[in-house]
Design a protein around this ligand. Structure first.
Ligand SMILES: *[C@@H]1O[C@H](CO)[C@@H](O)[C@H](O)[C@H]1NC(C)=O
Ligand SMILES: *[C@@H]1O[C@H](CO)[C@@H](O)[C@H](O)[C@H]1NC(C)=O
Ligand SMILES: *[C@@H]1O[C@H](CO)[C@@H](O)[C@H](O)[C@H]1NC(C)=O
Ligand SMILES: *[C@@H]1O[C@H](CO)[C@@H](O)[C@H](O)[C@H]1NC(C)=O
Ligand SMILES: *[C@@H]1O[C@H](CO)[C@@H](O)[C@H](O)[C@H]1NC(C)=O
Ligand SMILES: [Zn+2]
Length: 470
């Protein structure tokens, strides 16, 4: 058993379903039971649960569809960004057209709410891009019925590579990296197309990831230049296998990479974060806490492990251009990677099979990852947006903590959430009603405070942390 340094740390571990020590979903369930003593203001935060519609939708997520998508994408031989865009059976163009056709099929079931766009640009020679290349993303948009200008996006990349990142002719099956992520995107587009999300959902398949995040950068900058309000982006890249390189399996954990400090803040803002202890309270971390809270449960049968970094060492992904545009974005990746199965020519060497082959994929695992994304995405879309304009009253020295924010007409009420400053997850919740100011009898010197909006339907937004002034 673990020894907890402080009572607050114990509370956090008990309340949270998320722990690096948790090795199975069943163990994680035990973490909800015990109340803390002495209790602080408010009550212990109990993770919000999917409603009946969301539960039914997630039951439709089908490992057989995941398998069919990965099988089809692998069948194009190579999906290297510079491979053929015109051959009907081999190369990235065939993959692009097949993904587009799938999405258009889902859109046909949506009553006109889902549209599909293939937009791209010509990337000139740059590094591993050795010839001018059309880089196109395939994006389905399911327009929100309540708050259409607020957007949540789920993505994966459909390009693949082998050992030589510029090799556009030889096989690069890319089953795990990243047909698995595209399978998550397509499966969620399929099951959600017939439903009506409150906010807008975008389902994106990116190209040009391997040579420099070109497709995702094009989409993120396009959305930013249109002034779109992207309140969350979920990137799925290498979510196809639960087996480590030593053969052990870890099928009920998914890593979620969540950068700490925002990439877009000035030095003065970062210094202010440091002085008030807000380095663990960026919008990305709030999105991460939200996903861990809503998506670690019996519906997904997964533990979401929040990893405090932008990405793994030496790696990057399609969430990064979104972060650079100021949008909160996280990355999902399987818990133990096998590097013999990534970015490798298909070959047998010293009796070891190299290559990103479909035989190494676990479709049930990827289906659970799809449910983690689905529960998070739908919960975000059904809740009001994250509260805006949150400030902490600093006009006088007091042991109380007074928070003020801008009221949102779409919020039925608000909740103040708090945790001890050294705790990773929100531990306590205080319902405060339909107000735009609340005073909590707890010192802001020792606790972190957030405010989340509650919809009339009961869905709760990610928490806002106080704005960091420029
Ligand atoms: C398309 O690719 C297939 C498989 O490599 C090949 O047999 C065929 O000749 C190609 N078609 C064209 C028009 O290049
Ligand atoms: C890139 O290819 C897509 C898909 O075929 C096409 O719609 C688009 O017009 C092309 N873009 C450019 C700049 O050629
Ligand atoms: C990688 O592939 C490209 C395209 O075929 C080729 O021009 C380049 O020489 C290759 N690089 C290596 C190191 O083999
Ligand atoms: C804290 O708030 C309580 C209740 O509003 C009030 O009675 C008390 O005076 C406040 N204390 C300080 C130091 O502001
Ligand atoms: C703040 O709380 C401390 C104990 O936690 C107490 O000693 C102090 O008097 C309080 N200050 C005010 C202004 O209430
Ligand atoms: Zn990848």
């Amino acid at each position: 058993m673990l020894l907890f340094k402080t009572f607050a740390a114990l509370t956090a571990a008990l309340v949270s379903l998320v722990s690096a020590q948790v090795s199975s979903f069943a163990d994680a369930q035990l973490h909800l039971e015990i109340a803390p003593w002495p209790p602080g203001p408010g009550s212990i935060l109990v993770p919000q649960q999917p409603d009946d519609e969301l539960t039914a939708m997630m039951a439709e997520v089908d490992p057989a569809h995941i398998e069919a998508t990965i099988t089809k994408l692998v069948s194009f031989g190579t999906r290297n960004t510079m491979s053929s865009q015109t051959n009907a059976t081999r190369g990235i163009g065939a993959a692009r057209d097949w993904i587009q056709a799938q999405m258009e099929g889902f859109a046909a079931t949506s009553g006109g709410r889902m549209t599909v766009e293939v937009a791209g640009f010509i990337q000139e020679v740059d590094g591993a891009i050795i010839m001018p290349t059309n880089i196109s993303n395939v994006v389905a948009t399911l327009t929100g019925s309540v708050d259409p200008t607020r957007v949540y996006l789920v993505g994966g990349h459909y390009d693949s590579r082998n050992t030589n990142n510029s090799d556009f002719t030889n096989d690069a099956p890319g089953a795990d990296d990243d047909a698995s992520g595209v399978a998550v995107v397509l499966e969620l587009a399929r099951v959600m197309a017939t439903h009506k999300p409150g906010a807008t959902l975008m389902f994106a398949a990116f190209a040009g990831e391997e040579q420099g995040l070109f497709g995702s950068n094009f989409l993120a900058t396009t959305l930013a230049s249109k002034g779109m309000n992207i309140e969350g982006m979920l990137n799925n890249d290498i979510v196809g296998s639960s087996t480590a390189d030593d053969g052990t399996t870890d099928p009920f954990n998914i890593r979620m990479f969540t950068q700490g400090l925002p990439s877009t803040e000035t030095l003065a803002q970062l210094q202010l974060r440091a002085t008030i202890g807000a380095e663990n309270d960026s919008p990305i971390r709030q999105l991460g806490r939200f996903v861990a809270e809503v998506s670690s449960n019996s519906i997904t049968q997964m533990n979401v492990q929040m990893d405090y970094r932008q990405d793994r060492y030496l790696r990057g992904g399609d969430h990064v251009p979104f972060i650079e545009q100021g949008f909160p974005a996280v990355r999902f990746t399987e818990p133990h990677e096998n590097f013999a199965h990534q970015h490798q020519n298909v070959r047998v060497q010293d009796g070891v099979q190299f290559g990103d082959l479909i035989e190494f994929c676990d479709f049930e695992f990827t289906a659970r990852v799809a449910r983690v994304n689905g529960v998070a995405l739908w919960s975000l879309a059904q809740a009001p947006g994250t509260p805006k304009g949150l400030t902490m009253d600093l006009s006088v020295l007091t042991n109380n903590s007074t928070l003020k924010w801008t009221d949102d007409p779409l919020a039925a009420s608000y909740e103040v959430v708090w945790r001890a400053s050294e705790d990773p997850f929100w531990t306590h919740v205080i319902p405060v009603g339909k107000v735009s100011e609340a005073t909590i009898l707890l010192s802001k010197d020792n606790a972190q405070f957030g405010v989340r909006a509650v919809g009339a339907n009961g869905f709760k937004s990610p928490a806002a942390f106080q704005a960091i002034a420029d």
